[in-house]
Design a protein around this ligand. Structure first.
Ligand code: PRP
Length: 216
């Protein structure tokens, strides 16, 4: 079977609602943060469907024994928020993945060249090859930032087919780069937008998510 990048846009009313709130330029910072939290929660819920490791067991109900499925606490799960804006999705993701290790990865794009520069790398030197990794970043624009994160992760042993990207708006240049480099990867996004403008902003997008989350 030939692997291909898969991009899911879950048709969920709550995802659509919070996307609309996030896109609206009149949304104040405090509500924008709520929108990011909710989008992080519902997109992670969708991403976890065939990804979160489980184990089969038996539990004893008050009446009888019955087969049961539990989230496997032994299998490593990690969340990698790409700072700053990825922090906005982290809270919602973390409520669903309370046992996950959180590894922060800080990037900022140079405003002239649009190239990402790393200012914080808390990734471990080596990941267990079975680690499920969820990367959070609300925007995949030119793709420079997500490609930098994926390169760091795969160099440290992450299997791209066990990685999931949770974002809010994804643009064609980023999806094309991911598709060429990581055909087994799966992206969960609230929307695929039309284009990136010459300043590196997704159109229509949601503006500068980092600034809107942190009120800067
Ligand atoms: C934004 C955004 C992504 C990146 C996407 O971050 O949060 O990380 O740009 O752009 P790209 O696909 O063209 O690389 P920014 O660099 O503005 O930093 P911030 O999260 O601190 O606001």
């Amino acid at each position: 079977m030939t692997l291909q990048l898969r991009v899911y846009v879950p048709p969920h009313p709550l995802i659509k609602h919070w996307l609309a709130v996030a896109r609206d330029a009149a949304t104040p910072s405090v509500l924008f943060r709520s929108a990011m939290t909710e989008l992080g929660r519902w997109l992670t819920y969708e991403a976890a469907r065939d990804w979160l490791p489980t184990l089969e067991t038996t539990v004893e109900s008050p009446l009888d024994f019955c087969p049961a499925t539990l989230v496997d606490p032994q299998m490593p799960v990690a969340v990698v928020p790409i700072l700053r804006a990825g922090l906005g999705l982290l809270e919602g993701a973390q409520t669903l993945l309370p046992l996950a290790s959180i590894y922060h990865y800080g990037l900022v794009r140079d405003e002239e060249t649009l190239q990402p520069q790393c200012y914080l790398n808390k990734l471990p030197e080596k990941f267990d090859s079975q680690t499920r990794v969820l990367i959070t970043d609300p925007m995949l624009a030119t793709g420079g930032s997500i490609m930098s994160a994926m390169a760091e992760l795969t160099q440290r042993g992450v299997d791209p087919t066990l990685a999931r990207i949770v974002c809010v708006v994804a643009a064609p240049p980023a999806l094309q780069k991911l598709s060429a480099a990581y055909p087994g990867l799966i992206v969960y996004t609230a929307a695929i937008d039309e284009k990136v403008n010459d300043r590196g902003f997704i159109v229509p997008g949601l503006g500068d998510a980092g600034d809107r989350i942190f009120g800067t």
